[in-house]
Design a protein around this ligand. Structure first.
Ligand code: FIX
Ligand code: ZN
Length: 462
C-alpha cells in the first residue's frame, strides 16, 4: 500500500491528474468496453432452437439447475428418489423454498437466479414465484433467445454436441436450418472414456469397428469423427477427462487419442478441447448434480502438447489447484489455449484469482470465461457476474501500467476486451482445414439483427 502510494505521488508530480481521477477514468473506460463488447460464449450446453425441448429455458429450468439441486439437498431430508419422482414445477417449488425463502440466497448459483430475474426486468423483492412463472409463460423460445442474448450481450454461443445422445443425434440426422448464433462442438466422452460400450454402438451405426484398436477399427473411428465433424460443422472436438487420466500409456483413452482423435483434429484443422478434473457420479443419487472434482496430473497434458506440436489444444481445468500449473504450461506450449473458469471455479472469488493469475502469467492470450450455461437464461447472470470481475481485474492491471506512465488508450482497451471475449479464441483456432464446407461457417452478426420488438416477443409458451 505504502509502495503504491509512493508511486502515485511520483506520478502526480508530472501529471495534473490525481490517482483517484486516473482510477475513475480508467475504470469508466474499462467498464464501458467490457459492457459493450459482444461475447462469443465458447462453451455452453445450450441448443439451436431446432432441437426443441433440448434447449432449456425459463424459471423452472433455472431453479432445477443441477448446481441448485446439489445445494438444496443440503437442507432436504426427503429420499433422493422421492425428489426425482416429482414434476419439474414441484421440484422448483421445493428448491425455491429451501434456498430462497428459508435461507438468504447468497450462493453464486442462487444469486445468479436473482440477477437473471432482475436484468429481465422482474421484481424479485416480492418473492412471488407464481407471478414470476406467469411472466415466463408469455414467451416463445425464438424471441426469448434473442432477448437473453441481447441482455447478456452475447453474439454467439458454442453448443456441446454429442452424437451419442439419442435425441440429439436424431435431429442432426434429419437435418435442419442452422441458427447462425449457435456454433457446434463435437463432444466425444463416450468414445474416449468407455470404448467397450461405445464400439458396439458405432458398429450398429455402420462403422466396421471391433473392440480391439486394429488399423481398420482406428480408420473407422476416424471416419465416424469425420462424418460428425462435417455434419455439425464442428468448431472443435472436446472431451472431459477424469483426474487420473495418464498420458502416454496403454490405456484405451490415450491410444485412441494418439491414433484417431489427434490425427483427425490435425486433418480437419480442429482444436482438441480437454477438460481435466471431472469425477463423474461421486454421488449417483444426485444424478447430474452428483459429479465431483479432482486435481489432474499436468505432466501428462504437457506430454500431449509437446508430442503434438501440429495440434491445437484448448484446456479448462476443474480443480483450483491445477490453474497455476496450466498457466505455466501455456507459457511453454503455444499450441495450448486456456479458457474459462469451469463449473466449481465459476464463483467470483476464483474467477478473480484465476483471471488475475492468467493475465499476470500469459497476458491477454487467453479466453478468461465461458458460461457453461445449461439453461438459456443463465447467460444473463453468468456474463453479468463475469464481466464485473474481469472488469475489476483489468482496471487493476491498467492502473499498474499507468503508474509507469503507460496509460492505455480507449482503442487499446477496446482491442484488449475484444480479444478476451472471443477474439483470441478465434485467432488461436484459425480457420478449419476441411471440416466446414464453403459458406458453412456462420458469420457473426449483431444479435439485434433478429430482435423483434419486445411486444412481438411476448406470446404463449407452448
Ligand atoms: O462436462 C461438462 O461440459 C460440464 O460442464 C458438465 O458436465 C457439468 O454438468 C456442468 O454443467 C458444469 O457447469
Ligand atoms: Zn460444460
Amino acid at each position: 500500500m505504502e509502495f503504491r502510494r509512493g508511486l502515485s505521488y511520483a506520478a502526480r508530480a508530472v501529471s495534473p491528474v490525481t490517482p483517484d481521477e486516473r482510477r475513475e477514468a480508467i475504470a469508466a473506460q474499462v467498464e464501458k468496453a467490457v459492457t459493450n463488447t459482444q461475447v462469443f460464449d465458447i462453451h455452453t450446453h445450450l441448443y439451436d432452437p431446432a432441437f426443441g425441448g433440448l434447449l432449456l429455458w425459463g424459471l423452472d429450468d433455472l431453479l432445477t439447475y443441477h448446481y441448485l439441486v446439489a445445494e438444496a439437498f443440503r437442507y432436504f431430508d426427503m429420499p433422493y428418489d422421492k425428489f426425482w419422482a416429482l414434476s419439474k414445477t414441484r421440484q422448483a417449488d421445493l428448491i425455491w423454498d429451501a434456498l430462497f425463502v428459508q435461507h438468504s440466497p447468497v450462493s453464486e448459483a442462487c444469486r445468479g437466479v436473482l440477477t437473471t430475474l432482475n436484468l429481465l426486468g422482474l421484481d424479485v423483492k416480492k418473492r412471488d414465484l407464481p407471478k414470476l412463472r406467469r411472466w415466463f409463460a408469455r414467451w416463445k423460445p425464438d424471441a426469448y433467445i434473442t432477448r437473453c442474448m441481447e441482455i447478456a450481450n452475447v453474439s454467439r454461443v458454442c453448443m456441446t454436441n454429442s452424437p451419442f445422445d439419442d435425441v440429439e443425434r436424431a435431429v442432426w440426422e434429419k437435418g435442419f436450418t442452422r441458427d447462425e448464433r449457435f456454433t457446434a462442438a463435437l463432444r466425444i466422452d463416450p468414445l474416449l472414456l468407455d470404448w467397450p460400450a461405445t464400439a458396439p454402438r458405432l458398429a450398429a451405426w455402420g462403422y466396421k469397428v471391433s473392440s480391439d484398436l486394429s488399423d481398420r477399427t482406428v480408420g473407422e473411428v476416424r471416419r465416424f469423427l469425420a462424418d460428425w465433424s462435417r455434419r455439425i460443422h464442428a468448431r472443435y472436438v472436446m472431451v472431459s477427462l477424469p483426474p487420473d487420466f495418464v498420458y502416454p500409456g496403454e490405456h484405451l483413452c490415450a491410444r485412441l487419442m494418439d491414433t484417431a482423435v489427434l490425427p483427425h483434429c490435425r486433418e480437419f484443422g480442429l482444436p482438441f478441447a480437454m477438460m481435466p478434473g471431472a469425477r463423474r457420479a461421486v454421488n449417483p443419487q444426485l444424478r447430474l448434480a452428483g459429479d465431483g472434482l479432482g486435481r489432474c496430473n499436468v505432466v501428462s497434458y504437457e506430454a500431449i502438447f509437446a508430442g503434438h506440436p501440429d495440434n491445437k489444444f484448448l484446456i479448462t481445468a476443474l480443480s483450483r489447484e491445477n490453474q497455476h500449473e496450466f498457466c505455466v504450461a501455456a507459457r511453454k506450449f503455444r499450441n495450448l489455449h486456456l479458457f474459462g473458469c469451469w463449473w466449481f471455479t465459476n464463483i467470483p472469488h476464483l474467477v478473480n484469482e484465476m483471471t488475475r493469475m492468467r493475465l499476470e502469467l500469459i497476458g491477454l492470450s487467453v479466453t478468461p470465461q465461458h458460461s457453461d450455461a445449461r439453461v438459456l437464461d443463465q447467460i444473463v447472470y453468468k456474463w453479468d457476474h463475469s464481466r464485473r470481475v474481469i472488469s475489476q481485474v483489468l482496471v487493476e492491471k491498467y492502473l499498474d501500467l499507468a503508474q509507469t506512465g503507460w496509460e492505455p488508450t480507449h482503442m487499446e482497451i477496446k482491442r484488449d476486451v475484444k480479444a478476451l471475449f472471443g477474439g483470441e479464441f478465434e485467432r488461436f483456432c484459425g480457420v478449419p482445414a476441411r471440416g466446414e464446407p464453403a459458406g458453412a461457417k456462420p458469420a457473426p452478426r449483431p444479435v439485434t439483427a433478429r430482435t423483434p420488438s419486445a411486444a412481438a416477443g411476448v406470446a404463449s409458451r407452448s
